[in-house]
Design a protein around this ligand. Structure first.
Ligand code: HEC
Length: 118
């Protein structure tokens, strides 16, 4: 049992928590630029369902004040105070993001049958 608990702790430590990531995303106002649904907006990249490894690579680079262009410098202050756990949580949330508000709208069982009567 203790071993199982240890495994579980290690598992959650190394892969983060979706809910904690969601909280952080809201708390740190990431959505102001990247969108409440992580959909991105003109110069701000979409973050939803992208590779966790890539996202954490980028966040860790920003945290170390490395940017490849002037635009990315905008991210440095937002990444600066993130801990490794924060990055794990955030990237898990982004990678597994599910739009729970709009999910049903795209449920195919709502599809209209026939030609709509025209
Ligand atoms: C002030 C606007 C702004 C805020 C707030 C912001 N970002 Fe960004 N983010 C950017 C810009 C600009 C880029 C770089 C776009 C580029 O590479 O051209 C970026 C890039 C990124 C990338 C890399 C994506 C890629 O495709 O290269 C990640 C990951 C990211 N942001 C996550 C976050 C997280 C997590 C937060 C909240 C802690 C956050 N951002 C808050 C503007 C913002």
């Amino acid at each position: 049992m203790r071993l199982l608990l240890l495994c579980f702790t290690l598992f959650s430590l190394s892969f983060g928590s979706y809910d904690d990531g969601k909280k952080l995303y809201i708390q740190k106002a990431c959505g102001n630029c990247h969108g409440a649904k992580l959909e991105g907006m003109h110069m701000y990249p979409s973050l939803a369902n992208r590779a966790k490894g890539f996202l954490s690579y980028k966040l860790k680079r920003f945290r170390s004040k490395i940017s490849d262009n002037q635009q990315q410098e905008m991210m440095i202050p937002f990444a600066q105070n993130l801990s490794d756990k924060d990055i794990d949580d955030l990237t898990l949330y982004m990678n597994e993001f599910i739009d729970s508000v709009n999910k049903e709208r795209y449920d195919t069982s709502f599809a209209v049958e026939g030609d709509g009567g025209s």
